[in-house]
Design a protein around this ligand. Structure first.
Ligand code: COA
Ligand code: AMP
Length: 628
C-alpha cells in the first residue's frame, strides 16, 4: 500500500481517530473529548476543545526558539521594497495592534472588516483579530464600493480597516473614496475606520477616521485570548449565484487542524522552510496559505504585492523564488498562461537560480494540460493541480508531496484528499459509474476546516449546499471519477465563472445590467479565454426606442459593472441582440449560447421556443469575432 492508500484506509477505518491524531499537532488549552458532534445535518468538529489560534500561529514558535526566523517576507515590486518580519517582530506588531483594537472597544466575537491591499499591516490585522478572538472579514481590494457595502451590512463590523491606496500596474487605486461610498450605501455604520497612509497616495481623513499609526501608538500589547474550537475565526464572503455574497464561516479548531495536516501531507512543508502562495489575502487561498497555514507550522511565508508579468517582466516569479529560497509555490494556472504568453521559451527563468523549488501547486480553475506540461518542463519539478473552494478552506482533491506523490494525470485535479468522500451523482441522487459526468458531491460529514455554516444564516447554508442531494454537500461543480479514483472537473453547474482565478457571479453582473433603464433583458455567460480561462460576455436586449444608442449603452454597461462590482469583473464585451434564445417555459439558454461563443458542438434543446433566434445569435457573435 502506498502512503496515500494507508492514509485513506486509516481515515475510512475511523474518521474521528484520524482527525483526533491530526489535532494533536496543535497546542490546545483543553484537548477535545468530543471529536465530531452531529445535530441533524449540521456537524461540528472538536466541540469541547479550547485553544488560541494566535498562540498556535506565533507565540508557540517564539517559545520554541524560532523568534529570529523570518515569519513574513513582504516583497513588493510595486513599491520596490522588501521587508522581512521575524516571529519576534510579528509577535510585537500583532500584540500591539491587538491592544489597540481592545482600546478601541473591540471584544471577542466582534467583527472587523479589512479592506486593504497586500501590505504587512493587513496580515497583522488578521492576526490581531484572532489574538483577541475578534472575527475578521477581509474584502478583496478589486471589489467596488457596493460589494464592500454588502459585506459591511452582513458582517456588521465594529471597525473597518483600510489603506489610502492599493497599487496596480500603471494605476494607484484610491481606497478611501471607495470606502466612503460603501459607507454611504451600507445601512450598518462601523464605530471607526482606521486608515493606513501609504506614501504613494495619502488619503484625506474625516471625522471618525483614525490614522493607523496614531491608532496603534502607545497601545498596551494584548495577550492571546482562548476561544472555543467552534468559535468563528473569520467570515469570508464569496460569490453566490445571486448578487448577495455568501458569508463562509471558518471555525478555529477544525480549520487549524486541517491546515496543519495539509502542510505536512499535501505540500510536504516543514518548519523553517519557505512557502509562497502567489494569491491575494482577499481570497481563500490568501487566508489559508499566505497567512494561516505557513505560520501555523513555523514556515516563512511570502506576501507578494505584484503580478506574474509586467512587474517588471515575466521573470518576476523566478526572481522571488531565488531571493527567498521558496520551496513550494502555489499559484493559479492563469498566472502560468500569462508568463507563457510573454516568455514561451522560458528564457527569463535562466536568469535565476530556482533550485530551492521542489513542487509547484495550481488551483483556482482547471489546470490546462498545456500549461501544466510547459511548467513541468521549464522548472523540472512536479506540477500539481489541486481543487478546492472558499467553502472547503483547504484542498479536497489533489496529490501528496508530503505523503508520497501519486502519478500526475494532466487534466485531472487528482485524488480525493482523506476526509472527503466524493461521489458523482445524477439528478435523482444515483451514483454514476467511473467516467460518467455528473454532480460532484461530498458525503457528509465534511472534514474539519470546511465551512460549518454561513454567517448568521444556517437556513441559507442548508439551502445552498445540503438540499440538492440529501446527505451530501453539493460542490456546484460537475465532473467525473475515473476507475483509478482520479477526479476531473468539467464545469460549474450554476452561474459562477472563474475569471483569472477570481470567482465571479454572472447573476450579479446580470443584476447590474438589468438595472439600466434601456435594457429589457440580458444574459451574461463565461466565454473561454486563452489567458484568463474565462471572460464574461453580456447579451442585452434593448428597448425598441434605444436600439440606435446601442454603442453608447454598451459602454455605459461596461462602466457600471466595473463601478458596481469592481475591475476584477473584467466585463469588456456587451453584445446587443434582438431576442434571447429561450425554452418554451422561458428559461434563457445560456449553455447553448456559451457553446456557440466557444465554437463547441451543441444540440439545441428540443424545448427551444424559436430556432431562428439561434441564427441571429450566431450572426451577432460572428460580428464580434466569436468563436475566437
Ligand atoms: N485592487 C484593485 N484593482 C484590482 C485588484 C486589486 N487588488 N486586483 C485586480 N485589480 C484590477 C486590475 O488592475 C485590472 O484592472 P484593469 O481592468 O483596469 O486593467 C482588473 O482588476 C482585472 O485584474 P486581473 O484579473 O488581475 O487581470 P490583469 O489583466 O490585471 O492581470 C493576470 C492578468 C493573469 C496577470 C492576473 O489576473 C493574475 O495574476 N492572476 C492570478 C490570479 C490569482 O492569483 N488568483 C487567486 C487564485 S489562487
Ligand atoms: P473559489 O471559491 O474562488 O476558490 O472557487 C472555487 C471554484 O473554482 C471551484 O468550485 C471550481 O469551480 C473552481 N476550481 C478551483 N480549483 C480548481 C481546479 N483545480 N480545477 C478546476 N476547477 C477549480
Amino acid at each position: 500500500m502506498s502512503n496515500y492508500e494507508q492514509l485513506i484506509s486509516s481515515w475510512r477505518a475511523s474518521p474521528e481517530d484520524f482527525w483526533k491524531e491530526a489535532a494533536e499537532q496543535l497546542a490546545w488549552d483543553t484537548f477535545p473529548t468530543r471529536i465530531l458532534q452531529q445535530n441533524d445535518d449540521i456537524y461540528r468538529w472538536f466541540a469541547d476543545g479550547t485553544l488560541s489560534a494566535c498562540h498556535n500561529l506565533i507565540d508557540r514558535h517564539v517559545k520554541a526558539g524560532r523568534g529570529d526566523q523570518a515569519a513574513l517576507v513582504y516583497d513588493s515590486p510595486m513599491t520596490g521594497g522588501v521587508r522581512s518580519y521575524s516571529y519576534d517582530d510579528l509577535l510585537e506588531e500583532v500584540s500591539r495592534l491587538a491592544g489597540a483594537f481592545r482600546r478601541a472597544g473591540v471584544e471577542k466575537g466582534d467583527r472587523v472588516v479589512i479592506y486593504m491591499p497586500m501590505v504587512p499591516e493587513a496580515v497583522f490585522a488578521m492576526l490581531a483579530c484572532c489574538r483577541i478572538g475578534a472575527v475578521h472579514s477581509v474584502v478583496f481590494g478589486g471589489f467596488a464600493a457596493r460589494e464592500l457595502a454588502k459585506r459591511i451590512d452582513d458582517a456588521t463590523p465594529k471597525l473597518v480597516l483600510s489603506a489610502s491606496c492599493g497599487l496596480e500596474p500603471g494605476r494607484v487605486v484610491a481606497y478611501k473614496p471607495l470606502l466612503e461610498e460603501a459607507l454611504q450605501l451600507s445601512a450598518h455604520k462601523p464605530e471607526q475606520c482606521v486608515i493606513l497612509q501609504r506614501p504613494e497616495h495619502e488619503a484625506e481623513l474625516k471625522e471618525g477616521d483614525a490614522d493607523w499609526r496614531q491608532f496603534t501608538e502607545g497601545a498596551e500589547p494584548a495577550d492571546c485570548v482562548v476561544t472555543n474550537a467552534t468559535d468563528p475565526l473569520y467570515v469570508l464572503y464569496t460569490s453566490g449565484t445571486t448578487g448577495v455574497p455568501k458569508g463562509v464561516v471558518r471555525d478555529v479548531g477544525g480549520y487549524l487542524t486541517a491546515l496543519s495536516w495539509s502542510m505536512e501531507q499535501i505540500y510536504g512543508m516543514q518548519a523553517g522552510e519557505t512557502y509562497w502562495a502567489a494569491s491575494d489575502i482577499g481570497w481563500v487561498v490568501g487566508h489559508s496559505y499566505i497567512v494561516y497555514a505557513p505560520l501555523l507550522v513555523g514556515c516563512t511565508t511570502i506576501l507578494y504585492e505584484g503580478k506574474p508579468i509586467g512587474t517588471p517582466d515575466p521573470g518576476a516569479f523566478w526572481r522571488v523564488i531565488e531571493d527567498h529560497k521558496v520551496k513550494v509555490l502555489f499559484t493559479a494556472p492563469t498566472a502560468l498562461r500569462a508568463i507563457k504568453k510573454e516568455d514561451p521559451a522560458g528564457s527569463y527563468k535562466e536568469k535565476y537560480d530556482v533550485s530551492s523549488l521542489t513542487h509547484l501547486f495550481l488551483a483556482g480553475e482547471r489546470a490546462d494540460p498545456d500549461s501544466l506540461i510547459w511548467a513541468h518542463k521549464l522548472l523540472d519539478v512536479p506540477v500539481i493541480d489541486h481543487w478546492w473552494q472558499t467553502e472547503t478552506g483547504w484542498p479536497a482533491i489533489g496529490n501528496f508531496a508530503g505523503a508520497g506523490l501519486k502519478p500526475v494525470k494532466p487534466g485531472s485535479a487528482g485524488l480525493a484528499v482523506p476526509g472527503y468522500d466524493f461521489h458523482v451523482l445524477n439528478k435523482w441522487h444515483e451514483e454514476l459509474k467511473p467516467g460518467e459526468i455528473g454532480d460532484l458531491a461530498i458525503r457528509l460529514p465534511l472534514p474539519p476546516g470546511c465551512l460549518p455554516t454561513l454567517w448568521h444564516n444556517e437556513e441559507g447554508f442548508r439551502k445552498s449546499y445540503l438540499t440538492q442531494h440529501p446527505g451530501y454537500y453539493s460542490t456546484g461543480d460537475a465532473g467525473f471519477i475515473d476507475d483509478e479514483g482520479y477526479i476531473s472537473i468539467m464545469s460549474r453547474t450554476d452561474d459562477l465563472i472563474n475569471v483569472a482565478g477570481h470567482r465571479l457571479s454572472t447573476g450579479a453582473m446580470e443584476e447590474v445590467i438589468s438595472n439600466h433603464a434601456q435594457v429589457a433583458e440580458c444574459a451574461v455567460i463565461g466565454v473561454n479565454d486563452a489567458i484568463k480561462g474565462a471572460l464574461p460576455v453580456a447579451f442585452v436586449v434593448l428597448f425598441a426606442d434605444a436600439e440606435g444608442e446601442a454603442e453608447t449603452i454598451e459602454k455605459e454597461l461596461i462602466a457600471s459593472v466595473r463601478h458596481e462590482i469592481g475591475p476584477v469583473a473584467a466585463l469588456k464585451h456587451v453584445i446587443a441582440v434582438k431576442r434571447l434564445p429561450k425554452t418554451r417555459s422561458g428559461k434563457i439558454l445560456r449553455g447553448t449560447m456559451r457553446s456557440m461563443a466557444n465554437g463547441e458542438e451543441f444540440t439545441p434543446p428540443a424545448t427551444i421556443d424559436d430556432h431562428t433566434i439561434l441564427d441571429e445569435i450566431e450572426q451577432a457573435l460572428g460580428a464580434e469575432g466569436y468563436p475566437q
